[in-house]
Design a protein around this ligand. Structure first.
Ligand code: ATP
Ligand code: MG
Length: 392
């Protein structure tokens, strides 16, 4: 039996006049995500995207990719049948029989989008339900708490049959490309990849910046960040990762500033450099994985000190989340196992024993003013290495 994938999208329906544009972007993202896997045809009719896959054996792989595309609410594989009640009955049985086992409580739901079809949706449901009840031994009709819901949709070109319980949940959110671009400060930790995923989910294209302290951090640490970017790219299609040499700045801070201010001054440099890179790449905001109170540099007072060095908005999607909630997200999106690999991050190498938790902006500005700030920033920017990271 011929099979098709039906994709439903959510919020983009709300966008009124922009809807067609949003649909086009979502379809483009779908085509891009699967183009290396199979030949597909993608089209949209009546708020559903229909995906035909030429190579049937690639169906699972295509569905797996679709599960990572923002803007998709559900993914359903369905059998395609002729728009004829006998064909629909036979097709519903054929396509759903593996679920229609003895003792199972079931019901049929029908939808008739094509009003020219001679039977109403209630009539279709009754006829198909009757046929399945007769054909499959031991099925029990239960319209209130069914274990198996057979769905029939009669649409313009064909009818589709599928089992509701096999429907897969999509990522939700908005299609990437509908919400301009932001730059993620991507460390090798647990938090920042989750932060990037959350903002990308709102349709925002993501660039990433990583601060790298060779030789204090190893090449393995760099590979780990590239690997994390690769996992994020599964959702965003590609990520441009800017790797910034940070050792000189860290050494200058260590040698010239009070130890308890080290982390905050370092974080101010990171923000400033990330903002410059963002501006150069037409990115309109920064993203960090900060959460209130998680560490000394993330108290409100400390956030104020790091924030005040940039003009762009800084998006902190994890701001009110507990670590265990972030870990759950990180497992769901697939970055956790990589994040916990034990390679040193540039911050862990230069951590003060007693960092300030209630810093005053004026004090920090004074202690950092002994550094040739602009010169250090310029030099770091000159050494940036940019890698285009594709989905892993
Ligand atoms: P993460 O788990 O994301 O590393 P964290 O809890 O370790 O976060 P910090 O080390 O204080 O927190 O870093 C706060 C945020 O600063 C990170 O979430 C990230 O956005 C950014 N950041 C920290 N270190 C780096 C780095 N080496 N390169 C790029 N961004 C960084
Ligand atoms: Mg960190």
């Amino acid at each position: 039996m011929k099979e098709i994938i039906l994709v439903k999208y959510g919020e983009i329906i709300l966008k009124g006049g922009n809807r067609a544009k949003f649909e086009q972007i979502l379809m483009r993202n779908i085509r891009n995500a699967v183009k290396n896997i199979a030949e597909v045809s993608v089209q949209t009719v009546q708020a559903t995207i229909y995906i035909e896959v030429k190579q049937e054996e690639k169906m699972d792989l295509v569905v797996e990719r679709l599960e990572k595309i923002f803007g998709i609410v559900s993914i359903t594989r369905a059998g395609v049948v002729e728009k004829d009640i006998e064909a629909i009955k036979a097709g519903a049985y054929e396509y759903c029989k593996d679920m229609l086992l003895p003792g199972k409580k079931f019901k049929v739901e029908a939808k008739r989008a094509d009003k020219r079809f001679p039977k109403t949706s209630v009539e279709i449901a009754i006829e198909v339900g009757g046929h399945l009840h007769e054909t499959c031994d031991g099925l029990v009709v239960d319209v209130h708490e069914p274990e198996v819901t057979v769905k029939v949709e009669v649409r313009d070109f064909a009818a589709y049959v599928y089992c509701e319980q096999k429907k897969k949940k999509g990522q939700g959110g908005m299609p990437i490309g509908t919400g301009s671009k932001a730059t993620l400060l991507l460390s090798g930790g647990i938090d920042s990849p989750v932060a990037g995923h959350m903002i990308a989910k709102r349709g925002v294209e993501i660039d990433a910046v990583n601060f790298f302290s060779f030789p204090y951090t190893s090449d393995r640490a760099k590979e780990k960040v590239i690997e994390l970017a690769g996992i994020l790219a599964q959702y965003t299609s590609v990520i441009r990762l800017h790797i910034v040499p940070f050792t000189e700045i860290q050494l200058a801070i260590r040698d010239n500033c009070p130890e308890e201010h080290m982390t905050l001054i370092m974080r101010r440099f990171m923000m400033k450099i990330a903002e410059r890179i963002a501006q150069k790449n037409r990115s309109m905001a920064l993203i960090t994985g900060e959460s209130v109170g998680q560490v000394a540099s993330q108290t409100i007072a400390a956030l104020n000190v790091t924030n005040s060095v940039v003009e762009m908005p800084v998006l902190r999607p994890l701001i009110g989340m507990d670590k265990d909630e972030i870990v759950i997200r990180s497992r769901e999106i697939g970055t956790f196992e990589t994040s916990i690999l034990p390679y040193e991050d540039c911050c862990t190498v230069f951590t003060p024993k007693h960092p300030t938790t209630q810093p005053k902006l004026a004090t920090i500005m004074k202690t950092e003013s002994v550094l040739p700030i602009e010169e250090l920033i310029e030099k770091a920017l000159e050494g940036v290495e940019t890698v285009t990271v594709y989905p892993s």
